[in-house]
Design a protein around this ligand. Sequence first.
Ligand SMILES: [Mn+2]
Length: 441
Amino acid sequence: MLKDFKDFSRSIHNKCRFDNVMEREGKELSLQTAENDKSKQIPGNQRRKKHTQMKILHTSDWHLGHTLYNYDRTEEQQAMLEQMVGIVDSEKPDVFLLSGDVYHTSQPSANAQTMLSEALVRIHTACPEMTIVMTAGNHDSPSKHEIFRTPWRTLNVYAIGQLEKEDMDNHIVEVPGKGYVVAVPYASEHNLPDGFFQQLLDRVAEQNEEGLPVVLSAHTSVRGCDFTGHDHATELTVGGIDAMDLARMGEGYDYLALGHIHHEQFVHSGKHNVRYSGTPIPVSFDENYPHSISMVTIDRHGDTPKVEKIEIENPRPLVTLPTEGFATWDEAKELLADFPADIPAYIRLNVEVEGFLQAGAVSEAEKLTDGKRCRFCFINAKRKNDTTSEAKTMTVQEFKSEEPIEIAKDIAAQKGVPFDDEMTAMFNEALMKVDEETRNQ
Ligand SMILES: [Mn+2]
């Protein structure tokens, strides 16, 4: 386990692990590892590929500014950004694609905004000829996302936050001599004109005389994907967004780079070219799987992309005790007492209770972590023999970290009110108005 953050940062360049999704082309592309023979390293400019292939670093859902049970996560987010810079530096992609949810809230703090702008400068400097495309997700403010659009262009950054139905070319980014990125930010299905994606792809097809690779980026959930890590998700909606049929995304792209679902995965399309990159660091305790970015290489328009994952390490892992199932309160206390003092983790306790959790349980748990580097977050209490739900009493912290729409849905369910598509649309609209008003204050 990593001793401290500095050690961690130092270890990044040595410890990036690879998990090949498909066979990697040319081992010389590997990040330097301590074991690698230095003499075999190929300088950056020669590492660039043969012919016209386009190489895309696909990531999404950074959620900068996210706090976990009121704990500040700047250190982890900085460590993640540091790894992004390292990967760009070694891999020299043609495109850096961030498919939405740059920030966790539509009103990011000064700290979160500083973090992003400094990271963009460093990512750009690591590979100045690379095109950076960054779209807004449902967590971002579409208009704020574009505030620095003009100065960022000097760093080769395209910030696309709002849906431009009239000026569609705003969504098309040409990567000279390499290919095209069609970048669509999050938009509710009701705001998305029919055939919007196809119109964009058709426009690109007209321009693309050389048969260069075409990448489409969107922030939404699509039907048939795996929702692991998302509370309250159903086949039809995740985080209040209706799942879209893949057919609505049109035809003519070589790779569909998706954001919104936090678990990295290919979505079944029959072509192995539709993918969620997933979060680079976990946003919730349920995201208990490895996190990564996707490195995508496309040779020519019409070819199947080669995809490889590069893992991102979190210096402060999110740990649930027990690791599987639920423990009694006494067992949970023992697990917490035994948790190693030098591991800087976040801790959630899964506890099965008869009736109610005893008063003072939280402060008792907090006391057990005194003098340890871990941060106690909360007790996820489940009633014994309660098969109806995992309904839990929410603390103020939990309430604050929950999506408003999920709270509304829970209340609606308790009151027996159906929460259908129309209700979802109305709620999202009301939420946007509130957001707008708060923003204008
Ligand atoms: Mn997200």
